[in-house]
Design a protein around this ligand. Structure first.
Ligand code: 3PG
Length: 216
């Protein structure tokens, strides 16, 4: 009997590495070498944000040409975004906030979603829709480590991916929290390094991020 591979889950996405890179690409020619550079450093869950005209083509290129990577779409704000991302080959989605429409669209598409939350009410709405692995965004601006500690009581069953203002300097403080499964951030892919094609620098940043201590 054929064995069906288990579907990717949001928890798989969060647990693969300590950091999910938040990627902004203007040029599709940069997508494949950038993805390969991150994979070479040990980071393979890649969030390409739907913020540029090139984003969907970048997702498509990575999905086709870098099988070692698992490419997802970030900045998913509507059901249409989710559909376009999935059609381009995205294997997971990340949203900056939570709406029932986006949550249901991703579920219908079979796309694991990390929805963004910044308040207790948003966490409760996401949980009502079955989401318990959440992005905390914007993490630093919305209360940082102290906020996550406060949430660990009433929302002890939720695991977070803090994103927004997280860097190599403070990632360790977040990763030390029991309710944090990983962090997200753009620091692995500095715009200047991407523009210059400095893939060695990006591999070095990825390697450093991949070696951060994981939550117990
Ligand atoms: C974003 O969506 O832009 C991410 O939160 C990245 O934030 P950062 O640039 O502060 O890492």
């Amino acid at each position: 009997m054929a064995v069906t591979p288990r579907a990717l889950t949001a928890l798989d996405v969060m647990r693969d590495a300590p950091v999910i890179p938040v990627i902004v690409l203007d040029d599709v020619a940069q997508a494949v070498p950038l993805a390969r550079a991150l994979v070479a450093g040990g980071i393979r869950m890649l969030e390409v944000t739907l913020r540029t005209p090139a984003a969907l083509a970048c997702i498509q290129a990575i999905a086709r040409e870098v099988p070692e990577a698992v490419v997802g779409a970030g900045t998913v704000r509507s059901a249409a975004d989710a559909q376009a991302a999935r059609d381009a080959g995205a294997r997971f989605a990340v949203s900056p906030g939570f709406t029932v429409a986006v949550g249901r669209a991703c579920r219908d598409l079979g796309l694991p979603l990390l929805p963004g939350v910044a308040t207790g009410s948003e966490i409760m709405q996401a949980q009502e829709e079955g989401y318990t692995q959440l992005k905390f965004f914007p993490a630093m601006q919305a209360g940082g480590v102290a906020m996550l500690k406060a949430w660990s009581g009433p929302f002890g069953d939720v695991r977070f991916c803090p994103t927004g203002g997280v860097s190599a300097a403070n990632a360790g403080e977040f990763l030390a929290l029991p309710n944090v499964a990983c962090v997200g951030g753009s620091w692995l892919t500095p715009a200047a390094a991407v523009a210059a094609g400095d893939w060695g620098r990006i591999t070095a940043l990825a390697r450093e991020a991949a070696s951060l201590a994981r939550p117990g």
